[in-house]
Write a protein that binds this ligand. Structure first.
Ligand SMILES: Nc1ncnc2c1ncn2[C@@H]1O[C@H](COP(=O)(O)OP(=O)(O)OP(=O)(O)O)[C@@H](O)[C@H]1O
Ligand SMILES: [Mg+2]
Length: 144
């Protein structure tokens, strides 16, 4: 078992999936669903993390020019969760607060994906550097 050095949370299992096409986005959804079921997330929590994953995978593809996601099964004090880290080497987000604002879009979308993903997650972190890329981490923990 490896340890997440940032959060010091033990990681039981990791998947690394590419996000280069619409089919990859579907595979991300499927793998997130499989891992969510594996740790016993309820249907509502499954749907939340899958929906958030779908939005972030789409953004990685559409705005980041493609990238990858790491799916970690994490465990803290006997509590289990799914943590997803989306990473791209795209243009970066110039103003993160603006990008999180509902209905803000530069791509003719609804502008609801990022804010929605944040609301659907128990943890949400964005790091983005212009000209370098974007890394977004979310997590959903099993409620007990
Ligand atoms: N990985 C990324 N790299 C660069 N810019 C991004 C990235 N993800 C999001 N953005 C920027 O943030 C904006 C808001 O993203 P958000 O997902 O909320 O809306 P959208 O993708 O435009 O529309 P929707 O997701 O509702 O279809 C995007 O329009 C884009 O400008
Ligand atoms: Mg989006």
């Amino acid at each position: 078992m490896r340890t997440d050095s940032e959060a010091r949370v033990p990681i039981a299992k990791t998947d690394l999936l590419p996000i280069r096409s619409g089919e990859d986005v579907v595979r991300v959804r499927q793998q997130v669903r499989a891992r969510a079921i594996e740790i016993g997330l309820g249907l509502v929590d499954q749907t939340k993390i899958i929906t958030a994953a779908s939005e972030l995978a789409r953004n990685t593809l559409d705005y980041g020019g493609g990238g990858e996601v790491r799916i970690d099964l994490v465990e803290e004090g006997g509590r289990k969760g799914v943590r997803l880290t989306f990473e791209d080497q795209g243009p970066g987000i110039p103003d993160i607060a603006q990008a999180l604002t509902d209905h803000y879009t530069t791509g003719g979308g609804l502008g609801l994906g990022l804010g929605g993903a944040k609301r659907l997650s128990n943890e949400f972190h964005i790091e983005s550097t212009l000209g370098v890329g974007t890394r977004i981490t979310i997590a959903r923990w099993k409620s007990r």
